[in-house]
Design a protein around this ligand. Structure first.
Ligand code: HEM
Length: 360
């Protein structure tokens, strides 16, 4: 959902502000840089929910910058005569620079924790999962491509480089676009597979947008023969469809699992045995451990264990512990604004309750 709204905002920004962007790009660079720095470095934990959802998140989660890159990508893939292409082409370079500045907000915001976890092997902030590790390795590669591309988008630098060198550098943009998609799927798919429909939908939208770009870009290419274009587009569409189906079906399956009644040793109503039992779920940052204390068949205490969750989200998510104790079930509502952490905590509690029910 966040990416779809960011895409609409990016297209409106490009179309409605085309003239001021062309006349005074420096002002847009400055505003983007100030906002990106502020949102990446300052703590807005107590910001009202609408502000974090509609202003902070598009910057911090990289969706606004990526949406602007998508506008830049599609401008290059549209047919020569198209009115939209003629409107956007003159400001394409400026939009690339603004997109680069906006995405750096995301890189710093998440880099502060994820790259530190990567480079310290988990000694600081906890170990990354295999998929997160690959996503971080690709994000470093993306930055190494993004910075020269962004710098070469400045007209002065472009003129100094000369057309041939500049065109050669631009070819790296295709690898960069491909890596964005891989980066996103590696990071969002695990959330979708914990039963979070929002993430499954995001993966589907990204897959459709990137497959459509591949099709349009190939269609415009004169170098490739028709069969090659057709084959590549088909392959791209097949990958997008496969990733989308995997995300959606995995999500449905996990949601069914999340809502399945508690399995009990005897197969009837689950009876919890006394003791302390631990379960591990998948939260926002990775594995999250929770222990439950059962006395006289009733959960009397819930203890948070090892985790790599973002503290501001976790602080909210643990509020669901009270509901679990009050209702004696893990099927309680997730805490708004901390969904991924809530889902992780609930699946850990479910596993702990299953262990308590299975106890002989
Ligand atoms: C050091 C560099 C980077 C780091 C540490 C990083 C980290 C992350 C993390 C942790 C997520 C998952 C967020 C979530 O679970 O909601 C994410 C998602 C994402 N990243 Fe990056 N990223 C980096 C570079 C980039 C770059 C260069 C781009 C694009 C040009 C990008 C685009 C995205 C997008 C679009 C998402 C999905 C956001 C959503 O729809 O929720 N990232 N990134």
């Amino acid at each position: 959902m966040l990416f779809t709204l960011s895409l609409v905002a990016a297209l409106l920004l490009a179309l409605l502000l085309a003239k001021p962007i062309k006349n005074c790009p420096g002002a847009f660079y400055a505003v983007s840089a100030v906002l990106s720095l502020a949102f990446a470095l300052f703590d807005f934990t107590n910001a009202p929910h609408f502000l974090s959802a509609w202003l902070l998140d598009p910057f911090r989660r990289g969706t606004l910058g990526t949406a602007l890159f998508v506008v830049v990508m599609f401008t290059g893939a549209l047919e020569k005569g198209s009115g939209l292409r003629q409107k956007l082409l003159p400001i394409r370079g400026f939009l690339s620079i603004i997109a680069t500045i906006l995405v750096l907000c995301h890189c710093v915001y998440f880099g502060k924790t994820y790259l530190v976890r990567l480079f310290t092997g988990g000694a600081i902030g906890g170990r990354l999962s295999g998929l997160q590790t690959w996503a971080m390795i690709f994000s470093i590669l993306m930055i190494l491509i993004l910075l020269p591309l962004g710098i070469a988008s400045f007209q002065k630098i472009r003129r100094r480089m000369g057309a041939q060198k500049w065109k050669k550098l631009q070819r790296w943009a295709y690898l960069f676009y491909g890596l964005i998609y891989v980066h996103i799927v590696l990071l969002l798919l695990p959330h979708a597979l914990t039963g979070q429909a929002g993430y499954a939908l995001s993966v589907a939208v990204y897959s459709i947008v990137f497959a459509l770009y591949l099709y349009l870009r190939l269609r415009r290419s004169e170098k490739l023969s028709r069969p090659v274009k057709g084959g590549c587009s088909l392959a791209g569409a097949a990958i997008a469809l496969a990733v989308t189906l995997f995300a959606v079906l995995g999500c449905v399956d996990a949601a069914r699992e999340n809502n399945a009644p508690l399995a009990s040793a005897a197969g009837g109503e689950a009876v919890l045995h006394d003791g302390t039992f631990t379960g591990v779920g998948t939260g926002y940052g990775g594995p999250v451990e929770v222990s439950i204390v059962v006395e006289n068949g009733v959960i009397t205490e819930i203890i948070l264990g090892d985790n790599v969750e973002d503290p501001p989200y976790l602080k909210d998510a643990v509020k669901l512990f009270d509901d679990v104790i009050e209702q004696q079930t893990y099927k309680v509502d997730s805490v708004t604004g901390a969904t991924s952490s809530s889902v992780g905590l609930k699946s850990a509690i479910k596993k702990a309750m299953e262990a308590a029910a299975a106890e002989q």
